[in-house]
Design a protein around this ligand. Structure first.
Ligand code: MG
Length: 303
């Protein structure tokens, strides 16, 4: 195909897309798309940021200071009943399993490794189902785990995620793609990147969703409200952390990052999923954790 043919075919495709866009835009009014009255701030926390020494103490602290859920890490896979009981006993739900990339096996030159991540991700989704968690947070690869281009990685995702996502649906949970800053995942930086991959996989019907992490969004997004609106119903989780300024990636309220604009986006889409602490702490967690939760509630009210 030469340049003239290329632009000719692009023009035809472009007209088609524009036509579809007009149809979509005229389907609902702005007022109908505004779901602010449905939105809720529901706070969750990973174990590491929570005050306390034992897991029981940490879960009790979360409950005491107003969290609704705990976010577990990948070490709970295969132990769903045990960790569900711990959450139940503390009066908490489980928001998600923060699982990772499985060494970037989806994105290696050796395609033989894809079966490893497929089996392992399915096991994690099974446990997420037992935990009644919203989903398993998955990064296809960290930047230093792959030599593929972003186009190649996107194709791998579209070939891989729908089948594993169907397994997620059977377990009443989701794969949740986590966009990261450019230094950690050059192919999945903005919330809209993850949302468009999820959409092209078939979206929630295929068990594929996206999340936003305020720390990474501080580097990558031009507008946090727009970022969350671009995900819409595909948004199934949020990570809470301060931004790049010092003290970097600590409890919300400990550095200069404002959450108001992002919360405004969450409100607009009627978000009712969890917002979960994934961050460090400057100072004493027992003092700073409740302060941070109060800060977030104020920011939500301002949004
Ligand atoms: Mg995160």
């Amino acid at each position: 195909m030469d340049r003239r043919q290329f632009f000719g075919s692009s023009l035809i495709a472009g007209i088609g897309l524009t036509g579809a866009g007009i149809t979509q835009a005229s389907a609902k009014t702005t007022a109908e798309l505004d779901k602010r009255k449905d939105a809720k701030l529901r706070i969750s926390c990973q174990l590491a940021p929570a005050p306390g020494k034992t897991i029981e103490e940490k879960l009790a602290a979360m409950k005491k200071y107003g969290c609704e859920a705990v976010e577990y890490s990948g070490n709970v896979v295969g132990k769903g009943k045990e960790f569900k009981k711990l959450a139940d006993d503390a009066g908490l739900k489980v928001s998600a399993i923060c699982w990772g990339s499985h060494n970037g096996d989806l994105c290696k030159e050796d395609t033989g490794r894809i079966q490893f991540v497929k089996d392992a991700l399915k096991a994690a989704l099974e446990t997420a189902g037992e935990l009644e968690a919203q989903g398993v947070i998955y990064v296809p690869a960290f930047a230093n785990q792959t030599t593929l281009s972003n186009q190649e990685i996107r194709k791998r995702c579209l070939d891989f995620l729908p089948e594993v996502g169907e397994f997620a649906v059977k377990n009443k949970t989701f794969i949740i793609l986590e966009p990261l800053c450019r230094f950690e995942a050059f192919f999945l930086r903005q919330v809209a990147d993850g949302a468009s991959i999820a959409r092209d996989c078939g979206g929630l019907a295929k068990g594929v969703s996206v999340m936003g992490d305020f720390y990474h969004m501080d580097t990558e997004e031009t507008n946090n409200m727009g970022a969350f609106i671009s995900a819409g119903e595909l948004l199934k989780h949020v990570h809470l952390a301060g931004g790049r300024a010092e003290p970097r990636r600590t409890f919300p309220g400990q550095n200069n990052l404002s959450f108001v604009e992002g919360f405004r986006g969450l409100k607009y889409i009627g978000y009712q999923g969890f917002c979960s602490f994934e961050c460090g702490c400057a100072g004493d967690k027992a003092v700073e954790f409740p302060k941070s939760i109060e800060f977030l509630k104020k920011q939500w009210d301002e949004a």
